[in-house]
Design a protein. Structure first.
Length: 140
């Protein structure tokens, strides 16, 4: 193997500015219902291109987090979960929560969004579906 071969892992932690420069879409962030004490951004790569970004918003003193995943993947997989309400932008949502985390999923303008919330290392849900719906509606 030569030294000029660059091996990159499937997910790379970067600054939000680096992520915005590398993904082929505008990163729209939600308004968090808590004071964010830590934030991290990871790029996820498939087939040599970065087509997904994951942003984690943390409130450390409550051991709580909300994760936003945005992807422009062309994979047309059917949504899972329970069909939910529509966002104010008309996008259909699906409630993908389980006993460990609460999650909401939707597609809008060619992008797929997922918002997941959990506490205690994602062993229990942080917010209910209605709250996640409100968070999702803040992404403009």
């Amino acid at each position: 193997m030569t030294d000029d071969v660059e091996l990159s892992p499937p997910a790379v932690e970067v600054s939000l500015q680096e992520a915005e420069a590398k993904v082929p879409f505008k990163i729209k962030q939600p308004v968090m219902p808590f004071e964010v004490t830590e934030q991290s951004t990871r790029l996820l790569e498939t087939n040599g291109t970065y087509d997904a970004v994951e942003i984690t918003y943390v409130k450390k003193d409550e051991n709580a987090n909300v994760i936003l995943l945005i992807t422009n993947s062309k994979a047309d997989t059917p949504p899972t979960g329970k069909k939910g309400q529509k966002l104010t932008n008309g996008s259909q949502t699906w409630d993908q929560g389980n006993g460990e985390v609460s999650a909401i999923y939707w597609r809008h303008e060619g992008l797929t969004y997922t918002v997941v919330s959990g506490k205690n290392n994602n062993l229990e849900p942080l917010y209910d579906y209605e709250t996640l719906l409100k968070i999702a509606d803040t992404i403009q």
